[in-house]
Design a protein around this ligand. Structure first.
Ligand code: KPL
Length: 324
């Protein structure tokens, strides 16, 4: 056994567990590459699952004036010889179903699968697609990272990787969690990961469609009168659904959270703005779409969310919010 002494905890890992673990990453975007960097830095074995194998691929990680080049194994799932036991899923929510279906037959029966998507809803579709004994962990990243070119990521904002399991199958002291905590990505266990995901969804549901439709940086939303006319209704509707879902947030708290996020990420374009501008499908079906479906279940009216999602989906234009 190996003893590692961290700043705040002592970790005891079984060497054979550590040696045998191979992390597979589904999704070679900014988040997938950030995990690959973190695992590489902590001397763990990882492979990025891609559509076309690239033997001997190199990737670049950049943070401020620090640049690290590292080798990364990029291969198609069919080339993985042994069943995949540890999988980090970093594709976008709207791509998750197809991506999971494509690797399903390579997955071990009781694999550990970490879902890192925005919004709510990927877990249930993953449970439907993957073998019944799969063990799921849910994650939420607050790191700011983007891809500068194919295999080059910029780590623009240090954040955290919050991970948890509300089914009780996996706990904080599971070796898989301890391995992830060895990466320099600030991995933290969270006892109420559903609340984390819902509260992130709440911010995204209010801010992201507006940044897409107004084609602006997060920080510019505060100066946009049209955004200011929509926000109170979006926030109020969101808080009503959050309360019904058992993750309450007061209107003033959500307003403050949104303000904070927009301030911290002022220079960034939101993920939705980037997808929308590029003509790609956005993740809003898992954000505003989930909120609307849950509102229906609870009998809550959410006209502002319905309308803004309709405008995004039909690529319409945004006028000032008119309460019905
Ligand atoms: O999560 C985000 C996103 O872009 O999806 C925010 C917090 C809005 C940062 O851009």
């Amino acid at each position: 056994k190996k003893i590692r002494v961290g700043l705040s905890h002592v970790t005891v890992l079984n060497e054979s567990v550590e040696r045998n673990v191979i992390w597979h990453i589904l999704g070679a975007g900014a988040q997938g590459l950030l995990w690959a960097y973190g695992l590489h830095q902590s001397h763990q074995h990882c492979r990025l699952l891609v559509r076309n194998s690239i033997p001997g691929a190199m990737a670049t990680y950049q943070s401020g004036d620090r640049t690290v080049h590292f080798s990364v194994s990029m291969l198609t799932a069919e080339l993985v010889q042994e069943p995949i036991e540890y999988l980090l899923v970093t594709v976008k929510a709207n791509q998750a179903r197809q991506a999971l279906q494509s690797i399903r037959s390579e997955l071990s029966d009781d694999a550990i699968v970490v879902l890192m998507q925005n919004g709510i809803g990927v877990e249930s579709l993953a449970r439907a697609v993957l073998p019944p004994r799969t063990r799921f962990l849910l994650g939420s990243s607050t790191h700011g990272s983007y891809r500068q070119s194919a295999n080059h990521i910029v780590h623009a904002g240090q954040g955290q990787m919050l991970i948890g399991d509300d089914t009780g199958q996996i706990s904080a002291d599971h070796p898989a969690i301890q391995l992830l905590q060895q990466t320099p990505l600030n991995v933290r266990w969270h006892d109420n990961i559903q609340r984390v995901l819902w509260h992130k969804l709440a911010v995204n549901a209010c801010a992201n469609p507006l940044t897409a439709l107004l084609n602006c940086r997060n920080g510019e939303l505060r100066q946009q009168p049209v955004a200011q006319s929509w926000l109170p209704a979006l926030i109020e509707e969101t808080c009503a659904v959050l309360a019904a879902e058992g993750h309450p947030l007061a209107v003033s708290e959500l307003r403050q959270k949104i303000e904070q996020v927009l301030q911290i990420t002022a220079a960034n374009f939101s993920s939705t703005q980037q997808d929308y501008l590029a003509g790609r499908e956005t993740e809003l079906a898992f954000i505003n779409g989930t909120l609307i479906r849950c509102a229906e279940i609870h009998g809550i009216e959410v006209p502002a969310h319905r309308e803004i999602l309709r405008i995004v989906e039909q690529r319409g234009s945004l006028g000032a919010w008119q309460a019905l």
